[in-house]
Design a protein around this ligand. Structure first.
Ligand code: SF4
Length: 467
């Protein structure tokens, strides 16, 4: 049980005030904030409010350019790839925007058996994936509770296909008690991810009308319980479209600062889902506070400036075009070839039937990899940090002085090269090999030496190589 002083406290009046007083600041003030952002130390909430209120097209371009600068400084041209694995669409909650809500009888309910999970994982491994995000609606079959998820994680790690396997399992499931989070940690997960959906209490109440999820505080304090249980890589994010996006960003920032103050480290990743049409949800087709594409671009860039060392994830909810823009503005992780219905990777269908929401990007992994490489981004399947124990505060201690890139550059390149050797179509391999050569030429001598060493190991038939 968290003490009052340990709980997340979103100060709504303060957010309203900040958004109001930063409405008409001059260009010089905006430029001061941008100069501060270039120091790579993050921004204060009043700076963030200033940037979110910018509407002048020329100043917006300066914000985008700063996002791009920071992305390049910290992440270089790496883009981490993963796939979600939906294991069940049963849910006890009633969330107005979701196809899995319990009163929606227009979808088929299903929880995959362990054999079915193994088949799904095999299909994903055969595509070349190395990281999965295990996702489930918020109730589990046959009263198995968390045991169902723990068994699923075990099945994922145990499934091999050819020379491949899943090397990191992240998890997005219902909030747990601290004791259950300890059990989840013991299952060797990477990141535990949970979204507050909306930080605005009244709006939260309106859109969550049944089940345990009605309890705002139980959910908003979940990451504290996870971190108390020793899970030091956590993922955060609102669902954009329920309430004013500017409010959500500032509230999430208060949440992040709370975690930093209490645990010495903030979230490892931020996700930024926008509401997409979902079967059986009228609201999802016309979200009450939908974010336009133009505002979404601003949102991505502003977040990149605000928390430079936090990974930013864009899912296949978004179209290929929006995702391409996002890479330059600050996105560092993307899902690819996704299905949001249990069984979606092994059974025929368009990926939308019985899924949680509609997809905007339907391209298979190989096409996404080729597209990223064509744009000069290295699709990375690297899982080295988590497996070497470089997580939580240890990761940030390496990332902030810029030391992580000596690992990341060679490791990302090696994981991409492994994909090219084992899974890529000839067309993708040709594009990829050209990019690898270009990247090697651009690396400094010490980094190139490490990269060449790893690539040589792969050519000699070793796999899963990293430093
Ligand atoms: S958003 Fe999550 S909790 Fe809500 S209905 Fe969908 S699966 Fe259930």
């Amino acid at each position: 049980m968290l003490l009052q002083s340990e709980q997340v406290n979103i100060d709504e009046p303060r957010i309203g005030k900040l958004l109001e007083i930063t409405q008409d600041v001059g260009k010089s003030h905006v430029r001061e904030v941008l100069a501060k952002a270039r120091q790579l130390e993050g921004l204060h909430e009043s700076d963030v409010a200033v940037l979110m209120n910018v509407t002048d097209p020329a100043m917006l371009e300066e914000i985008y350019a700063t996002g791009s600068f920071i992305k390049d400084e910290i992440y270089g041209s790496r883009l981490v790839l993963f796939a979600p694995l939906y294991i069940s669409n049963y849910c006890e909650n009633e969330c107005s925007y979701c196809a899995f809500r319990c009163r929606n009888n227009t979808i088929n309910r299903r929880a995959l058996s362990q054999e079915e999970i193994a088949k799904e994982v095999t299909a994903l491994v055969k595509q070349g994936h190395k990281r999965l995000l295990v996702v489930a609606g918020e109730s589990y079959p046959d009263d198995q509770g968390l045991d169902y998820v723990l068994k699923a994680i075990k099945t994922v790690y145990a499934t091999k296909s050819g020379r491949g396997e899943i090397r990191r399992v992240n998890v997005n499931i219902a909030p747990l008690s601290t004791d259950d989070f300890r059990r989840l940690k013991a299952a060797d997960i990477g990141t535990y991810q949970i979204f507050q959906e909306t930080y605005h209490r009244q709006t939260y109440r309106k859109h969550h009308t049944h089940g345990k999820k009605m309890d705002y505080d139980w959910r908003v304090n979940a990451l504290d319980r996870a971190m108390e249980a020793g899970i030091d890589d956590v993922g955060i994010g609102p669902l954009f479209g329920l309430y004013d996006w500017k409010f959500e960003v500032l509230a999430m920032l208060q949440h992040i600062r709370h975690l930093e103050e209490r645990f010495g480290v903030g979230p490892h990743t931020i996700s930024m889902p926008r509401i997409e049409p979902a079967t059986g949800s009228d609201l999802s087709s016309a979200p009450p506070a939908g974010v336009t594409d133009a505002d979404f671009r601003k949102l991505i860039a502003v977040l990149r400036l605000t928390v430079p060392y936090t990974g930013m994830i864009l899912s296949t909810r978004e179209t290929a075009d929006i995702r391409r823009h996002g890479f330059n503005l600050g996105i560092s992780q993307i899902s690819a070839g996704s299905r949001t219905n249990p069984g979606g990777y092994t059974e025929l269908g368009d990926g939308n039937a019985d899924g949680q929401f509609s997809l905007g990007d339907h391209r298979p992994l190989d096409e996404v990899v080729r597209d990223c490489a064509d744009m000069g981004f290295i699709p990375s399947f690297c899982t080295a940090c988590y497996r070497m124990g470089r997580t939580g505060r240890d990761f940030m201690d390496l990332a902030k002085p810029g030391l992580i890139k000596y690992h990341c550059g060679p490791n990302a390149l090696a994981s991409f090269y492994e994909y090219l050797l084992d899974y890529a179509t000839p067309q993708t391999r040709a594009v990829g090999e050209k990019l690898v050569t270009k990247m090697l030429a651009e690396q400094d001598e010490a980094t190139r030496k490490n990269s060449v060493h790893l690539l040589d190991e792969l050519k000699q038939n070793k796999r899963d190589v990293f430093i």
